[in-house]
Design a protein around this ligand. Structure first.
Ligand SMILES: [Zn+2]
Length: 279
């Protein structure tokens, strides 16, 4: 129990035919809530932090907190850098002991994405860590400031990318996007099926999980998605909990507020773990 590599959790998920939840935690309350949910359901999870969020959740503070949460957990937990853009940040996360890092070169040309991913692969190897890369454009950037549009991953490109980079996980674009969806997404299961058929052994990652229906999550897992990222749904629920608490309490206190926010994170993570592990 405690800190593990992402690939160990993929192995488990593959054997059981279930999905693996990767939950973004941008505060202590979120991390506490996520770990509690994983422990209550006795199910391993990934805790992740995206570079785009460092302004309010700095790596040098959140990183050690996440590492400590994982090491002390009663279940297996992997600690992951989500959407690393710069090599310096990726190196910093690896030095802290993160067991995996994502390099997101999806907005770059194919060859440049491969070249940079190979550099990150080399860096991670020195720390015994796993690497996730991305191919195709998931709608809206992780921080929400950029929207390149959605550009679904080409299955043949995915196969070539996997062969040349040997990454441990590949994020693909099948109509998914980050943040809140303006309308319910129509996922391209045909593309997912094609990609999975071409690279059946490579764990595929679905970003932008908030707002995808439980039925679609289950279908994604059946069709080859292994890791599912959840960020927005957690913060949305934490805000809702905070609002309810402040409305309902005659004399709200800070510690009560913290507790409620952790409860909001816990409830959201618990729900997603249940859906991802259901068949
Ligand atoms: Zn993402």
């Amino acid at each position: 129990m405690g800190l593990v590599k992402m690939s160990a959790l993929f192995e488990r998920a593959g054997k059981l035919g279930v999905g693996c939840g990767s939950f973004s935690v941008y505060s202590m309350e979120a991390a506490m809530g996520a770990v509690r949910a994983a422990e209550e359901l006795n199910t391993p999870v990934i805790l992740q932090l995206a570079e785009a969020r460092f302004k309010t959740a700095p790596l040098e503070l959140m990183g050690p907190l996440m590492m400590s949460a994982a090491r002390n957990a009663k279940v297996d937990i992997a600690v992951h850098l989500d959407h690393g853009n710069s090599l310096a940040v990726i190196e910093q996360a690896l030095k802290m002991g993160f067991t995996s890092v994502m390099y997101d070169g999806s907005s770059k040309p194919f060859e440049e994405n491969i070249k940079n991913t190979l550099i990150v692969k080399q860096m991670a190897k020195a720390y015994g860590a796993d690497v996730e890369a991305e191919l195709g454009l998931v709608g809206r950037s992780e921080g929400g400031e950029m929207d390149y549009g959605i550009f679904c991953t080409d299955p043949d490109n995915a196969m070539e990318f996997a062969r040349r980079t040997e990454v441990e996980a590949l994020a693909i674009a099948i109509g998914n996007q980050h943040g809140n969806y303006p309308v319910a997404p129509r996922l391209r299961f045909d593309i997912l099926r094609d990609i999975h058929a071409k690279i059946p052994d490579l764990p595929l990652v679905l970003h932008g999980g908030s707002g995808i229906s439980d039925e679609d999550f289950k279908k994604c897992i059946r069709e080859g998605i292994c890791k599912i990222n959840i960020a927005t749904a957690i913060v949305n629920e934490m805000i809702k909990e905070a609002e309810n608490y402040l409305k309902k309490e005659a004399s709200p206190d800070y510690y009560g507020l913290n507790r409620q926010m952790a409860e909001g994170a816990c409830r959201t993570v618990r729900h997603h773990i249940e859906v991802f592990n259901m068949k």
